[in-house]
Design a binder for this molecule. Structure first.
Ligand code: FAD
Ligand code: NAG
Ligand code: NAG
Ligand code: NAG
Length: 550
């Protein structure tokens, strides 16, 4: 079966690998000269592609952002710089010999159903190389992985007076670094992750940065309890279960905790939505920039007047504003796809589980990586691709068109209730439930009750530890022999990069807390020996091994 994979970012590379695993014949088309997509930093803007700024470090930690069968090197920092993400992606592509399946500088210009699609489910994929040569080839299936941070959304109509604004303005897509911001007065519009990062970045050299936020945001840190990556502590399956059982209580607890770190009202950050309604602002530096007055929070911009800016609360920046950065998000489009496949359902595309257009007689086209959840993209995209390839091969069946359409409408409704969605923010899923649902379809969802009986140590790591993607490689199609070990060693890889200065252990007597723990485990062990229950003892010994990296 010949499969066209469009794009060689992390979604495309993951899909390529999955196709090879499933014995398909993939060809990946990449319009640029290299892999990595968004993670390949570009000095000059490349239109139609995702662009990042020089200071980007990942907002989900490396173990959460890993490909499920390729743990990141232990020595890489937990929150990698974009250049290190690219390094990791390159190693992945090399390890699985993906490059030989990629045609670079080849843009897909159109994807059409063949004339006998009803009989074959095949697609005509038309490509254009850099020197303008066009070619059309037939494929049995298509996976679309073209990313969705490619079309800057610059809503100038919402900002009266911008056309005669005397300073410079641009979209965050155009931002590279703060190099030419020395001593400037800058307004950053929008408090998404990019807006927060860019405000902090510029505030280190500028005279003043004003961060204008229409709706505020919940501010979370990368650095969690004890300095461990925040997304590894307190995001386990157990935590999710508790959240599902007591949603409003958990919401309140989280908000209280965040307000204890930084009073959101005092800092002008307070959003009107609850914590779980929208992806939070991941930023460790913003509070420090605000407390030192380098960044000043402002409400929405009302209008621009010459070189000055007026906000909706009537306040005015009466000095000259030199630069305005619009971190106002992105629009998406798939210009090469038939428009019938781009129908919408609410703010989102009319795609079954965000992957399959439900109207096709043959489910041979899948969209991968067009998704947002409170978690990293790689595991989501990979799982979508694993499902898609199973469906292509006919090993997993999709429901009827009618059922899928109904499901999409239901999902859209739930999504709009659950999340603050908008045109800018069209797709949100609950991370673990979404992954688990797809995993169930593929047949790789971890069987927890079985594991508790047969491998309690692993089971407890899965239930109480972070939901790292290796969990989906333990059994079933695409099973990876290293998955168990990858889970059991994940904390080692978390701790490793901190070992650049090892603090020697002090030679002291065990603390009283230690004594209690020793006493407690001792008694438990004794009970176990008495009852000779091997399972039980390994159950308890794993309890103490969990969570805390040694
Ligand atoms: C500032 C910023 C920070 C982020 N930080 C994180 C993070 O910390 N963690 C996280 O998980 N996610 C993060 N993201 C989300 C990010 O989108 C994903 O991590 C990931 O890069 C998406 O990969 P992708 O392969 O889907 O798309 P892309 O990386 O955009 O790759 C798409 C590829 O397709 C190619 N292409 C496009 N159209 C065509 C065509 N017609 N023909 C051929 N090739 C084509 C492009 O050249 C590109 O190489 C961040 C996004 C931004 C903007
Ligand atoms: C976003 O893109 C879609 C699809 O191309 C288009 O219909 C819509 O008008 C765009 N919206 C904005 C605000 O640019
Ligand atoms: C990380 O930042 C990107 C870009 O703003 C965003 O799409 C993604 O949801 C963020 N991830 C998390 C876990 O906050
Ligand atoms: C878990 O595995 C056991 C043994 O293979 C099986 O009997 C059981 O049905 C599985 N449970 C689920 C939910 O798949």
């Amino acid at each position: 079966m010949k499969v066209a994979v469009i794009g060689a970012g992390v979604s495309g590379l993951g899909s390529l690998k999955v196709c090879l695993d499933e014995g398909l014949e993939p060809t990946c088309f990449e319009s640029s000269h290299d892999i990595g997509g968004l993670w390949r930093f570009k000095d000059t803007h490349e239109s139609g592609r995702a662009n990042i700024y020089q200071s980007v470090v990942i907002n989900s930690s490396k173990e959460m952002m890993a490909f499920s069968d390729f743990p990141p090197p232990a020595e890489l920092p937990n929150h990698m710089h974009h250049s290190e993400v690219l390094l990791y992606v390159r190693r992945y592509a090399e390890a699985f010999k993906l490059l030989q399946h990629i045609q670079f500088q080849t843009t897909v210009v159109s994807v059409r159903q063949t004339l006998d699609f009803a009989a074959t489910g095949q697609w005509e994929v038309e490509t254009e190389t850099r020197d303008g040569q066009r070619e059309t080839r037939v494929f049995d299936a298509v996976i679309v992985c073209t990313g969705h941070f490619t079309q800057p959304h610059l809503p100038l109509g919402d900002f009266p007076g911008i056309e005669s604004f005397e300073g410079k303005y641009f979209h965050s897509w155009d931002y590279r670094s703060a190099d030419d911001m020395q001593g400037k007065r800058v307004v950053v519009v929008g408090i998404g992750n990019s807006g927060g990062d860019i405000a902090v970045d510029i505030s280190r050299v500028a005279e003043k940065v004003y961060l204008s936020a229409r709706s505020g945001a919940w501010l979370v840190s990368r650095v969690g309890e004890g300095g461990l990556p925040a997304d590894l502590v307190g995001t386990s399956r157990l935590d999710r279960m508790v959240q599902k059982l007591f949603p409003s209580w958990v919401n309140k607890m989280v908000e209280n905790k965040l307000n204890k770190a930084v009073n959101h009202k005092l800092y002008g950050l307070q959003p009107s939505h609850g914590f779980f309604k929208q992806i939070p602002l991941v930023n460790d530096d913003l509070p420090a920039r605000i407390i030192s007055g380098r960044v000043q929070m402002k409400p929405n911009v009302k209008q621009f007047c010459g070189s000055s800016v007026v906000f909706v609360d009537g306040s005015v920046i009466d000095k000259v504003v030199d630069v305005v950065v619009f971190a106002t998000g992105y629009n998406y489009s798939f210009p090469f796809l038939p428009s019938a496949l781009q129908a919408k359902s609410g703010y989102r595309l009319h795609l079954y589980k965000h992957v399959f257009p439900p109207t096709l007689t043959w489910p041979t086209l899948a969209v991968v990586g067009f998704i947002h959840g409170l978690g990293a993209i790689n595991p989501l995209a990979e799982m979508q691709a694993r499902w898609a390839t199973r469906v292509f091969k006919g090993l997993t069946k999709l429901p009827s068109e009618k059922t899928m359409t109904k499901e999409i409408e239901k999902d859209t409704e739930t999504m709009h209730q659950r999340f603050a969605c908008s045109d800018r923010n069209p797709i949100q899923v609950e991370y673990i439930p979404y992954l688990d649902y797809l995993a169930e379809q593929v047949g790789v969802r971890p069987n927890l009750s079985w594991l508790l009986l047969t491998d309690p140590r692993l089971a407890l790591n899965i239930i109480l530890g972070p939901c790292t993607p290796y969990q989906y490689r333990l059994t079933g199609p695409g099973q990876w022999a290293g998955a168990r070990q990858a889970i059991l060693t994940q904390w080692d890889r978390v701790v490793q990069p901190f070992k650049s200065r090892v603090v020697p252990e002090p030679e002291t007597k065990p603390s009283s807390r230690r004594k209690i723990i020793t006493f407690f485990s001792g008694s438990v062990l004794l009970c176990c020996i008495v009852y000779n229950k091997q399972q039980l003892s390994s159950f308890f010994s794993s309890l103490s091994l969990l969570r805390s990296p040694q």
